[in-house]
Design a protein around this ligand. Structure first.
Ligand code: IMP
Ligand code: MG
Length: 194
């Protein structure tokens, strides 16, 4: 039986079927571009986990996996600090082909900063794959090499994306109802003005 829509969700933006389609396409993209290159697929925790896992299981070439926590978010609806490395990679990426998988690119600050850190380690190449792209929110110049879906300027949750660490387990990507975060957002804005 189909699950009921979570009451905190205003609207589903990316359905489970669309997630299947995008992740199949993403895996084929990796297979095609990295045959015999043994790339390192990097997931940025935690949001990228469901997207990463699905794509990983659909790839057929030899890949290695690694994970980082690199974030500017503190569990709210706006980034409130400079992005930083919280947990680093285990593998040495020097001379290796690196593919970053991320749930969502918004302002682009997190990924731009993370890619800058990786490039200092002299990888053979760095490419970026995202499930969702909020192009209208970009404040720095950065483009993903693979985009699942372009999405509008709405706060979204599900399939890895969270609001205060919740709702990452929704099987679709949906727009969070404003009333869920409005009071909180007002508090953050007040705090940021101080
Ligand atoms: P950026 O540095 O502004 O591009 O922020 C990227 C990160 O912010 C994403 O990887 C998400 O973790 C988080 N983020 C941005 N917008 C949303 C959203 O609408 N829902 C949930 N997380 C978001
Ligand atoms: Mg993220």
């Amino acid at each position: 039986m189909a699950k009921l829509l979570d009451p905190r969700i205003e609207k589903v933006l990316i359905t489970q079927k669309q997630i299947e389609d995008a992740t199949t396409k993403a895996a084929k993209w990796i297979d095609k571009n990295y045959r015999n290159k043994k790339p390192i697929l990097i997931a940025i925790l935690k949001g990228a986990v469901p997207f990463y896992a699905k794509v990983l299981a659909k790839t057929t070439i030899d890949v290695q996996t690694d994970f980082v926590i690199y974030t500017s978010f503190a569990g709210n609806v706006k980034s409130i600090q400079e992005p930083k490395m919280v947990t680093d990679l285990r593998l040495d990426i020097r001379g290796r082909h690196v593919v970053i998988l991320e749930d969502l690119i918004d302002s682009g600050k997190t990924l731009k900063s993370f890619i800058g850190v990786l490039k200092k380690r002299k990888p053979a190449s760095v490419k970026l794959m995202v499930l969702c792209d909020k192009k209208c929110k970009r404040t720095v110049k950065i483009d993903a090499d693979f985009v699942g879906y372009d999405i509008p300027d709405k706060f979204v949750v599900g399939f890895g994306m969270d609001y205060q660490e919740y709702m990452r387990n929704l099987p679709y990507v949906g727009v969070l109802k404003k009333e869920i975060y409005e009071t909180n957002l007002a508090k953050i804005n007040r705090r940021n003005k101080k």
